[in-house]
Design a protein around this ligand. Structure first.
Ligand code: NAP
Length: 214
């Protein structure tokens, strides 16, 4: 299965690329710039050795993949999605998007009028199967391949088969437990956990926190 990380050259993309490639998935690093995509792909390959990781511009990454993960800041993800609407038709699209702002040192959730970032993405990619996941994964820790963790990943979606596929892939990553969090209309609940976690980290001087439901 080919998984494209659109904007996979950044924080969250790195951890997903390394960990999914180690599981044997073919990983396409997408970028606005081909050279950057290729250079990050070879940097990731150097870290883990034998794996299938290569770089392409976002549009070709989206075209070639079976599943596309939007590892792009939310402010830019929707305009990117507009350009990929046709190539992502029928594909599973994963939204880890967290719409938030920092106001007077405090993170706040910026709820889109569609209900959540995932629903806004789905309103653009009307022919794709949008699933919301990975919002509360601390990217820096996740990108360290030797890091040990036990984190839960609440996953929302309306297409049950697409959601099941993302749950299965997620459960293969050691230390992650995927949990069905209901339909896409529940995504705002999951997205809004991230500003809460960031405020807890800052106010209490804690390191990067993951989420575990016990
Ligand atoms: P990031 O590192 O800041 O950016 C990721 C990539 O987005 C960049 O490398 C860049 O790729 C691309 N990008 C930047 N500006 C763009 C634009 N104007 N148009 C198109 N692409 C652009 O982001 P991140 O921290 O990985 O977060 C990615 C997404 O995951 C966000 O939506 C965030 O809410 C979510 N998330 C983040 C974390 C975290 O801990 N960081 C955790 C969970 C979820 P190119 O320059 O190569 O095109």
């Amino acid at each position: 299965m080919r998984i494209a990380l659109l904007g996979g050259t950044g924080n969250l993309g790195k951890g997903l690329a390394l960990r999914l490639a180690k599981l044997g998935y073919e990983i396409i690093i997408g970028s606005r710039k081909l050279e950057k995509a290729k250079s990050k792909a070879s940097e990731y390959l150097n870290e883990i050795g034998d794996a299938k990781i290569y770089g392409l511009e976002n549009v070709y990454a989206a075209e070639k993949c079976d599943i596309a993960i939007f590892t792009i800041p939310w402010q830019h993800a929707f305009s990117t999605a507009e350009t990929l609407r046709d190539v992502l038709e029928d594909k599973i699209v994963v939204s880890p998007l967290v719409p938030m702002e920092r106001v007077n040192g405090v993170f706040i959730y910026v709820r889109p009028k569609e209900g959540s970032a995932a629903e806004k993405l789905a309103s653009i990619l009307t022919k794709s199967r949008v699933v919301a996941a990975y919002h509360s994964i601390p990217a820096n820790r996740f990108a360290k391949v030797d890091e040990r963790f036990e984190w839960d990943v609440p996953i929302c979606g309306d297409d049950e088969e697409a959601k099941k596929t993302v749950i299965e892939i997620t459960n293969k990553i050691k230390g992650l437990r995927a949990l069905d969090a209901g339909p896409l209309s529940n995504s705002y609940l999951v997205e809004s956990l991230t500003p809460l976690i960031l405020n807890l980290m800052i106010k209490n001087r804690l390191g990067e926190l993951g989420v575990k439901f016990v």
